[in-house]
Design a protein around this ligand. Structure first.
Ligand code: ADP
Length: 476
């Protein structure tokens, strides 16, 4: 099958969060299954990988013609097309510019316009989140006259429904979409243009990154205003759990660690804990439970309850290391707390290598998320034998089995209510288990045995792609 994977991020070329991890690893897994998969990304300023100029092409918008370069590089053995339009993309960051609507709207149009130039005709274009959600919309708008476009199936994966890409009507006009798409059944959302909604309406199939989140987003609590639309698409909506890239996340081969280790040498984790305590200037106490946290510092990640619970967590003789960046309203109080305590280390930065050392050196990994489409942190920590403590929601509910409820197959600790008390109770259970010592080693090994690879999920994506072609030739 020929697949074009469209994304705003793909590790290691450009990564902001989990979307980057997925776009850097799922295509490799699809390639390993024998498919012709290629990625398309904007050519951002931070992409320094060697690349080749392939072609020049034009993108026509109502305001005029834009000249665009097509470059090519690779992630592993997967070809990556880069859309080179310096005025839009040659900047140091991926997002958070005022013209993000133009940047990603243009990207979606350019994706369809480069296909004839590259002479690559995918069976499926796989869009990811709002940034590439207009691909099925442009495809529908332009496919009437062209059999080649009509034969392309579309899948949209919702990695996070919170971010939908809302922009003023002028953007819709700037992009030249057909006027009849401006209605609440299509692209319009309360007077604004909504990229994610448009993608959900026009993609052949929609999925999210875990079975539980696929159910949750059909409810008012998690639906972010699109639950009605998602319920109406329930028949074409599914959940496929993300995997992690075993080339990147492998404690037996991870050169960033103080000490490599595997399931059979899990006791060597101790050296990583000592290394992390040293790096964080924490007291060298092998027996103090060490909790790690690597994440965006936002409400989604549970910061409102965590800030309230943190002093009490620390008072139980716990050491805590936090790596992340995000909202100032959480960054400030947590840094303030760290200034007054020797058992809390806060690194407010993005640091890939340090993240590896935290995953390996901690005893526990905390994710008290308010909502979590899939979550990669708990999967990476399981792979590193670091026991997750999570709120049971979305992908966390699908990957972490509570040890108190299921002693023989549990791999972590989970709580349900989104409250400080419930979080504290789960942390207490976890610490109690750690201090008791009995069964700890077996649980670490069980965690490390959890299958978190892309193998099964990549197969499910292939089945989804194939489904976009079912009935394609049937009379409409
Ligand atoms: P989300 O995509 O919602 O941010 P995920 O759990 O799906 O959350 O993925 C987050 C990814 O980003 C993980 O690979 C995590 O290790 C990484 N990450 C988050 N914050 C940092 C940071 N400050 N430094 C290094 N890696 C980080």
């Amino acid at each position: 099958m020929k697949i074009l994977f469209a994304s705003a991020e793909a590790y290691p070329l450009a990564k902001v969060g989990g979307l980057g991890d997925v776009a850097g690893s799922l295509p490799k897994a699809l390639k390993a299954l024998g498919h012709d998969v290629r990625i398309v990304l904007p050519r951002y300023g931070m992409i320094s990988a060697s690349r080749k100029d392939r072609a020049q092409f034009s993108v026509h918008l109502p305001g005029g013609r834009h000249e665009v370069g097509l470059q090519e590089t690779r992630i592993g053995d997967v070809p990556v097309y880069l859309i080179d339009k310096p005025d839009l993309y040659d900047r140091p960051k991926v997002y958070e510019y005022e013209d993000d609507g133009q940047r990603f709207g243009f990207f979606c149009k350019a994706i369809l316009d480069f296909l004839p130039v590259a002479d690559f005709w995918p069976d499926v274009i796989h869009s990811n989140d709002w940034h590439t959600a207009l691909v099925p919309v442009f495809l529908r708008a332009s496919s009437e006259g062209s059999e080649r476009f009509r034969r392309i199936g579309t899948v949209l994966t919702v990695h996070n429904l919170l971010h939908q890409g809302l922009f003023p009507r002028e953007l819709f006009d700037w992009l030249g979409l057909p006027g009849d798409m401006w209605n609440p059944e299509a692209v319009e959302y309360y007077g604004q243009m909504n990229f994610m909604k448009a993608g959900i309406v026009y993609a052949d199939l929609v999925n999210t990154v875990s079975p539980t989140y696929a159910k949750e987003i059909q409810t008012e609590e998690f639906g972010e205003g699109l639950d009605g639309l998602l319920r109406s698409r329930a028949g074409t909506l599914s959940g496929i759990l993300n995997g992690i890239d075993y080339d990147v996340w492998n404690p037996a081969k991870d050169g960033l660690l103080t000490q490599k280790y595997s399931k059979s040498t899990a006791e060597k984790k101790r050296a990583n804990k000592a290394g992390l305590q040293k790096e964080g200037n924490l007291p060298r106490q092998p027996k103090a439970p060490l909790i790690g946290f690597v994440s965006r510092v936002t409400t989604q990640k549970g910061f409102d309850i965590l800030i309230d619970a943190l002093p009490e967590i620390l008072d139980q003789g716990v050491q805590f290391v936090l790596l992340g960046t995000g909202e100032k309203r959480y960054e400030d109080p947590v840094s303030e707390l760290a200034r007054n305590r020797s058992d809390l280390i806060v690194w407010l930065k993005y640091d890939e290598a340090l993240a590896h050392r935290i995953y390996a050196g901690s005893d526990f990994f905390l994710m008290p998320s308010k909502f979590e489409p899939c979550g990669l942190g708990q999967m990476i920590s399981l792979r590193y034998g670091t026991i997750p403590i999570v709120r049971s929601t979305g992908g966390l509910a699908d990957t972490v089995v509570d040890l108190t409820e299921h002693p023989s197959r549990g791999n972590g600790f989970a709580f349900r209510e989104y409250t400080r008390e419930a979080l504290l109770e789960a942390v207490q259970r976890a610490i109690g288990f750690f201090r008791a010592g009995r069964g700890w080693k077996a649980v670490v090994q069980r965690a490390m045995s959890t299958d978190l690879s892309w193998k099964a999920s990549a197969r499910q994506y292939v089945a989804l792609y194939a489904k976009t072609h079912e009935g394609l030739n049937a009379p409409s």
